[in-house]
Ligand binder design. Structure first.
Ligand SMILES: [Zn+2]
Length: 352
C-alpha cells in the first residue's frame, strides 16, 4: 500500500544520485568498456554465487552505491527465478536491487540542471527502452508456455486479461513482469500459501492483473485486493510488495481458521495499542507504535497488520532489514516469530 510512495522515493533518489554522482566514492575501479554501471536503490547484498543462500553472502552495500557489472543477466543456480549481475570483482547482485546508470555523459561529468533536464530525461528513456527489450526478449517466443511454467512452479493461476495480449510483446511483458514480481517473494512461502488456501477454499489461488480497469473499493482506488471466497488476488499494477501483502491476506484467513487462539495471540503482540480502522492515516506514528507495527497502515486492523508484516518478511528487498528492525523492537519481533512459526508449521517443514 506504500508502493506509490516507494516508487516516488526511488525516482527522487535516482535524481539525487545523478545530481550528486561525483561526490560518491567507492566506485569499483577496474572498469572495462563492456561493463555497465549500476546504482543500488536500497541496501543490497553482494553474493559470492548467483544464489541467495546465507553462506554466499559477502556483504551488504548501502543504498546509492555505484557498482561496475557485466551487462549480461545471470540466472540463479537455485532455480528460484532470481536474476543477477556479475560485478567486476566477481560477486553477484540482484538486478532488481539496482538501477542502470545510463552510459554516455551522465556518468561522466553530467550534472542535471533546469537547462539540460530534457537531455537527461531522453537519455534515461533510451536506457529504459534498452532495459525493457532485454527483460522481455526471453519471453517473446512463447509467453503462454512461460505463463504455464510460472503457474506450475507456484501452484497458482495467473490471469492476464486478453485485452493485454494483443501483441506477443505485450503478453510477454506481462508474463515477464509477473515472473519478476513473484521471484522477489520467498518462493517456498508463496507455494505454501497457494497450497493451504486451496485446501481451505477449494479454489486455486488466482492472481489477476487489472492494470487498466483499476480496482474500486467503496469509492476509492486500491493497489491490490484479496477476495477470500474466490481465493483471488487482483493487482492494479504488478508490484512485488503489494503482491506479497495480498498473499499475506490469503495466509491470514487460513491461519485464523486453523490456529487455536490465533486472534487473541496476534493482538497480544500490540502492547495494548488498539487498531484504529480507517483512521490509520491520521495516526501520529509514535515510537511505541513503531515497536509493534511495520507501518501506519498496519494499525488499521489485525488482517492488514498481518498482511503488512508478511509483506515485510517475505519481500526480497525488505526481508534482510526485518531481522535488524525486529531485533530492536520486541513486540514486532514476536509478530515476526509467530508468522515464522505458522509458516513452517503449515508448510510441514522449515521454510523460513
Ligand atoms: Zn491489505
Amino acid at each position: 500500500m506504500n508502493t506509490i510512495v516507494k516508487k516516488f522515493s526511488a525516482y527522487i533518489l535516482a535524481i539525487a544520485l545523478v545530481l550528486g554522482l561525483f561526490s560518491i566514492t567507492g566506485v569499483e575501479a577496474d572498469a572495462e568498456t563492456y561493463m555497465i554501471q549500476v546504482v543500488t536503490l536500497e541496501p543490497c547484498s553482494l553474493w559470492s554465487q548467483p544464489n541467495t543462500s546465507a553462506p554466499n553472502k559477502v556483504k551488504v552495500l548501502p543504498a546509492g552505491y555505484l557498482v561496475k557489472v557485466y551487462p549480461n543477466y545471470v540466472l540463479s543456480t537455485k532455480d528460484d527465478g532470481k536474476i543477477y549481475y556479475r560485478t567486476s570483482k566477481g560477486n553477484y547482485i540482484l538486478t532488481r536491487c539496482v538501477q542502470t546508470v545510463p552510459k554516455t555523459r551522465l556518468t561522466d561529468g553530467f550534472v542535471v540542471n533546469s537547462s539540460n533536464m530534457a537531455t537527461y530525461q531522453a537519455l534515461r528513456q533510451q536506457q529504459e527502452q534498452l532495459d525493457f527489450q532485454e527483460m522481455v526478449a526471453p519471453y517473446i517466443s512463447n509467453p503462454a508456455a512461460q505463463e504455464a511454467a510460472l503457474e506450475k512452479k507456484y501452484g497458482v493461476n495467473v490471469v492476464i486479461p486478453s485485452a493485454y495480449m494483443k501483441t506477443p510483446t505485450s503478453y510477454a511483458m506481462y508474463v515477464s513482469y509477473m515472473t519478476e514480481a513473484l521471484s522477489m517473494i520467498s518462493p517456498e512461502w508463496v507455494s505454501m500459501v497457494a497450497q493451504v488456501s486451496k485446501q481451505q477454499t477449494g479454489k486455486k489461488l488466482t492472481i489477476s492483473i487489472k492494470e487498466y480497469e483499476g480496482i474500486h473499493l467503496g469509492g476509492t482506488q486500491a493497489e491490490g485486493v484479496y477476495n477470500p471466497s474466490s481465493n483471488s488476488i487482483s493487482l492494479a499494477s504488478i508490484d512485488s510488495f503489494t503482491l506479497s501483502h495480498e498473499i499475506g491476506h490469503a495466509f491470514y484467513y487460513y491461519c485464523k481458521a486453523k490456529t487455536p487462539n490465533f486472534s487473541a495471540k496476534w493482538t497480544s503482540y500490540n502492547n495494548g495499542i488498539s487498531y484504529v480502522g480507517n483512521n490509520y492515516y491520521n495516526v501520529n506514528f509514535t515510537y511505541a507504535m513503531e515497536a509493534c507495527f511495520f507501518s501506519d497502515y498496519s494499525m488499521k486492523d489485525a488482517n492488514e497488520d498481518f498482511a503488512e508484516t508478511c509483506a515485510y518478511m517475505f519481500y526480497g528487498y525488505t526481508e534482510e532489514l526485518v531481522n535488524g528492525t525486529a531485533a530492536s523492537k520486541p513486540y514486532l519481533a514476536k509478530k515476526v516469530e509467530y508468522i515464522r512459526k505458522l509458516s513452517n508449521q503449515y508448510a510441514g517443514k522449515r521454510i523460513i
